[in-house]
Each structure stands twice: as structure tokens, then as C-alpha cells.
Write a new protein. Structure first.
Length: 219
């Protein structure tokens, strides 16, 4: 979704009642439909798109089950976002992608306290687990002050590494902080999650591809 510049059109489609599977079936049943300028123009106009590539991305994304319907913001969403205060939430919702995922809502204090508890727990448990992997991870100079969900000062096999942590109690996470994305953009960085029960685990690119169904990545 982030590769599509015309997000306004994408959000309009996501919020509509259009059955995108019918569009995909139409293309499958008539491979020449895209060669017919008149029909193609009508199709693009119907979905308010500028070119075929955007239509293709939307159809592939729909078939992969990646569309997220707009919903009320819950304490579970706060946990997945890594947000533990009203100030952080206000900052987060400045992100257009996020604001289009959730209806306007005002979580109560207990929701933020719940999120803070799980966010802190995840970071603590990940650190505790990494310390048990002393043959790979050197945590002697560990730095927890980068942010509440990021860790620095760790060396893996002798090389400096940064780690982003998230609670995974709800079986999904939302990475939106610019600082976290910058960290994960480093070659030596890792994303770890913890659900408070199982051993914390590292989320690999392969895991993301398998769970999301993404098979096309802009480079």
C-alpha cells in the first residue's frame, strides 16, 4: 500500500462496498480486456485510478487479504502501535495511513496504562532472552534509552546491531514510528516480538512475506 502515491483513491476503494474479486475475475476471464482502451478507460474511471499498475496492485493486495477496514481504536491497537499516551496517539494519527485505519476515538487512561505495561514487558522479555544467547548477542553495553521500543548498544557476532521490540499479544503489530522505520532500515537491525507467554521471537523478512502474502516488493 505504501508504494501507491495516490492513496486518496486507494482509501476510497477500501471504504467502498465494491467487490474487487469481481474485477479480478473479469480480468481473468477476459485477458483482452486490458487491450481494449474503451473498456480499460471505463474500468480505471470507475475506480478513480490513473494507470493500470495501480489497479493491478490494488487487486493483488485485495486477493492477499491485506485490506484493513476502518475500525474503532482499542487498547489492543494501542499495544500493536506501541503507543502509551494521548500525546503519542495524537502524533501517530498525523500519519495519514493510520488515521484512515481508525475512527476517531479517545481511549481512556486504563487503555494507555494497559498498552504501557505490555510495551515495557515486551522490551524487558526480549532483553532477558537476548542475554541467554550470549554466544551470539553481547548485551554488556546495552542501551535502552533510544526509545521505549528500541534497543541499541548490542553486538551480534561482534557487529553492532539495533533491535525494535513490540508486544504481539494480539497476533499483529503496526510499525509506524519514523525512528523505528529508520532503525529497521539499517542492515544490522532486527524486529523482535513477545506475547508474554512464548519465548520472544525475531520476525524475519521470510516470515513477513509468508504471513502477508506479499510477493512483489519495489526496490
Amino acid at each position: 500500500m505504501n508504494t501507491i502515491s495516490d492513496k486518496e483513491s486507494l482509501y476510497r476503494i477500501m471504504k467502498s462496498n465494491t467487490d474487487l474479486s469481481k474485477v479480478a475475475d473479469a480480468i481473468d476471464n477476459n485477458s483482452n480486456i486490458l487491450d481494449n482502451n474503451e473498456e480499460l478507460s471505463s474500468l480505471l474511471t470507475e475506480f478513480n485510478l490513473n494507470d493500470i499498475s495501480k489497479l493491478r496492485v490494488i487487486l493483488e493486495t485485495s486477493q492477499s487479504g491485506l485490506f484493513i477496514k476502518k475500525s474503532d481504536l482499542t487498547q489492543e491497537d494501542l499495544v500493536s502501535l506501541g503507543v502509551a499516551s494521548i500525546e503519542e496517539l495524537a502524533e501517530a494519527l498525523k500519519d495519514k495511513d493510520l488515521s484512515n485505519m481508525f475512527h476517531s476515538s479517545n481511549p481512556n487512561v486504563s487503555a494507555f496504562l494497559y498498552a504501557e505495561k505490555l510495551i515495557s514487558r515486551a522490551k524487558r522479555r526480549v532483553i532477558e532472552h537476548l542475554r541467554t544467547l550470549s554466544d551470539k548477542y553481547d548485551c554488556n553495553e546495552l542501551d535502552e534509552d533510544i526509545s521505549k521500543s528500541a534497543i541499541g548498544g548490542i553486538k551480534k557476532n561482534g557487529q553492532p546491531i539495533y533491535i525494535v521490540t513490540r508486544p504481539s499479544d494480539n497476533d499483529f503489530i503496526i510499525v509506524y514510528y519514523g525512528s523505528e522505520k529508520d532503525i529497521l532500515d539499517y542492515e544490522n537491525s532486527e524486529l523482535w516480538v513477545d506475547n508474554g507467554i512464548d519465548i520472544p521471537k525475531r520476525i524475519t523478512l521470510g516470515k513477513i512475506l509468508k504471513n502477508t502474502g506479499i510477493n512483489k516488493i519495489p526496490v
